[in-house]
Design a protein around this ligand. Structure first.
Ligand code: UD1
Length: 341
């Protein structure tokens, strides 16, 4: 019997790409989303890419405990990939209660439903933000987690702990936390991608919106950092590579190949890229000039972070494959697709 994966937040940016890769790997998928930060186009794109018209979709809020229980009653679930969460760092500072309520309650409801249904495998969508400004680079999974600098970052740490402690107390539940570095780009079909609401906070959507003329000028936040060109260093991971890491992790869980009942993996490329390098690569790959200026540092930014990916490479049998050029071409193709629809 095919294994069935529940993808909470499955209509969003990462969730839609993961759903495609799961279906292409032969899994059955149930997509659930409250559509609070996306529209139907992500799910429609998944159907188009995979040619599957009958993917179960449930519009529901994971903060509704009874609805989560009903979902587990209705479907036999072999693993949950839990994306449903808010993710804007600045908004979390302004509205912490909203972030704590949504991000913690939704995971609690998944954990409770997993317990009341005889156990489950749970993959949690975490972030490199848990490492803060790391003293040693690249960061390994053993690098210390530093105090979070935003309520958003704190919810990631607390959710990791909620999963770890639940796994420790209940042998029927296993968990993996994937710590993403900076996911960017879009599916090569350009049918799914990131859909930022309003002014983008993240670099790549801001770049593509500037290139298409929706924004007049990209501000590069800080050019006096202690890095080779003065701009921050990040580990930009292609969204399809990131999605493939989820398939590898879920397969490890459902095939019973985990070495511990709770495991953590960094998901990045292991390659630091500066903001200026990213901008130049985008210009070169797509044959255009970007209007940008240097601006003040953005409060809360870390200077540099990139991943040691050797654990994920070895244990998940996964490595990032797409080049930065391919990824930046896909981001631009997606922006042009959006402009044309
Ligand atoms: C942030 C979050 C991270 C989250 C990720 C995806 C923190 C500290 N970081 O990562 O947890 O997973 O978003 O939502 O919580 N930049 C510019 N101009 C812009 C936008 C960004 O110069 O208009 C620069 C930033 O200063 C930074 C780099 O680009 O150096 C990447 O920024 P961004 O895409 O926002 O990601 P992070 O802040 O690294």
């Amino acid at each position: 019997m095919k294994k069935r994966i529940l993808v909470s937040g499955g209509a969003g940016y990462i969730g839609s790409h993961v759903t495609v890769e799961l279906l292409e790997a032969g899994y059955e998928v149930v997509v659930a989303d409250n559509m609070s930060n996306c529209d139907r186009s992500g799910f429609e794109g998944v159907r188009q890419i995979t040619g599957k018209e009958d993917i179960p979709f449930v519009e529901m809020d994971f903060c509704d405990a009874a609805a989560v229980e009903r979902l587990f009653d209705e479907y036999r679930i072999d693993a949950v990939i839990h994306f449903a969460a808010f993710k804007a760092v600045g908004e979390s500072v302004a509205e912490p209660i909203k972030y704590y309520r949504n991000n913690l309650t939704s995971l609690l409801n998944v954990l409770e439903a997993a317990r009341s249904h005889g156990g489950c495998n749970i993959l949690f969508s975490s972030s490199a933000t848990v490492y803060g400004e790391a003293a040693e680079l690249p960061v390994t999974e053993q690098s210390p987690r530093l105090p979070a600098t935003s309520p958003y970052g704190n919810t990631k740490q607390i959710c990791e702990d909620m999963l770890r402690d639940t796994v420790a107390s209940d042998r029927s539940i296993r968990g993996i936390a994937l710590r993403y570095f900076n996911p960017i780009g879009a599916h090569p079909s350009a049918l799914i991608g990131e859909l930022p609401r309003g002014v983008p906070n993240n670099l790549v959507p801001y770049i593509t919106q500037t290139a298409i003329g929706k924004r007049s000028c990209l501000s590069i936040f800080g050019n006096d950092y202690p890095t080779p060109d003065g701009t921050c260093l990040r580990d930009y991971i292609d969204i399809v590579d990131l999605a493939r890491a989820h398939v590898a992790a879920v397969t490890r869980m459902v095939e019973g190949r985990m070495k511990e009942d709770y495991e953590i993996f960094n998901v990045g490329t292991g390659r630091p890229v500066s903001v200026l390098e990213l901008v130049s690569a985008f210009e070169q790959v797509n044959g255009l000039k970007l209007n940008y200026r240097f601006a003040d540092r953005r409060p809360g930014d870390v200077v540099a972070i990139w991943a040691d990916t050797s654990l994920a490479n070895r244990e998940l049998g996964w490595t990032a494959r797409r080049t930065l050029a391919e990824t930046l071409a896909s981001a631009w193709a997606w922006e042009k697709h959006l402009a044309g629809r």
